[in-house]
Design a binder for this molecule. Structure first.
Ligand code: ADP
Ligand code: MG
Length: 256
């Protein structure tokens, strides 16, 4: 479904300045319906990778193919349309519009697509029920909890059934209970609606909901883990890899 080939993003280097290889010749394959976690120390290139996959940034070299289409072939209005239609984004800071209710925020992607009003109403009802925010849809972001805001942001990212959902630290601003309920919702959407989700996270508990976790370091893939039967066993395996990787990600886990 998604394929990255020798993907690189180099920052800096103009007028003799030092360069940073934020993403360094990375190869990546994501199957349809996967729930993939991405972990690694701060500065290892996770956000840059997500931005390249999400057409927010362009690679220095290499190519990303989404459903066979090279992303470098998309420009201007076509690129904006593709991003809006085929992708969904969830950010750490929610990025909801304060002047709109949760319902109005959630339906933005459908309004942009000129989806018929009855269909919008039906889809918002279904996704809100899945995410457990049906009773707060007519509240404004400042009237609800962080966890509810993030579930509304997830609803907005998923309501137009994008090919790919990209989430950058979606549980980073949440307490552990809200984080768990968001992860349960995302895991459910992944399993039941086959939504393909790529999620960057620092949190090994959140990562343990994924079916596969990629560990990156210095812009390269360090290793990957696949979840077997037991989520608890997977959590422990994730901790072990983070400890073996050392650095800040490992240290953070030991302190947690
Ligand atoms: P992560 O999300 O894993 O913390 P990032 O992708 O944000 O890592 O950053 C990877 C590397 O690229 C870091 O060394 C960071 O300082 C550098 N970097 C990220 N964005 C920029 C930018 N816009 N300009 C220059 N360097 C950047
Ligand atoms: Mg980041």
């Amino acid at each position: 479904m998604l394929k990255a080939v020798r993907l690189s993003r180099v920052y800096g280097g103009s007028r003799g300045a030092a360069t940073t290889k934020a993403v360094d010749a990375m190869d990546l394959m994501v199957a349809e319906g996967e729930f993939l976690g991405i972990m690694g120390p701060s500065g290892s290139g996770k956000t840059t990778l997500l931005q390249l996959l999400g057409t927010i940034d362009r690679p220095t070299s290499g190519e990303v193919f989404l459903e066979g289409q090279p992303l470098s072939s998309l420009h201007g209005a076509e690129l904006a349309f593709f991003r809006r239609r085929r992708l969904g984004f969830i950010f750490q800071e929610f990025n909801l519009l304060d002047a709109l209710t949760l319902r109005e925020n959630i339906i933005i992607p459908l309004v942009l697509e000129r989806c018929p009003v009855p269909e919008i109403a039906q889809r918002v009802k279904a996704i809100a029920a899945r995410l457990g925010i049906g009773d707060v849809l007519d509240k404004y972001p400042y009237e609800v909890s962080g966890g509810q805001k993030q579930r509304a942001a997830a609803a907005r990212a998923l309501i137009h059934q994008p090919a790919l959902v990209l989430a950058d630290e979606p549980t980073g601003a949440l307490d552990s209970r809200s984080a768990r309920s968001l992860m349960e919702a995302l895991a459910g959407l992944n399993e039941e609606e086959r939504a393909t989700i790529l999620m960057v996270t620092h949190d090994p508990v959140s990562a343990s909901y994924c079916r596969r976790v990629l560990f990156i370091r210095d812009g390269r893939i360090y290793t990957e883990l696949r979840r077997g039967q037991s989520p608890e066993g997977f959590y422990q395996q994730i901790l072990d890899v983070l400890a073996a990787m050392g650095g800040e990600a490992g240290g953070r886990v030991v302190r947690a």
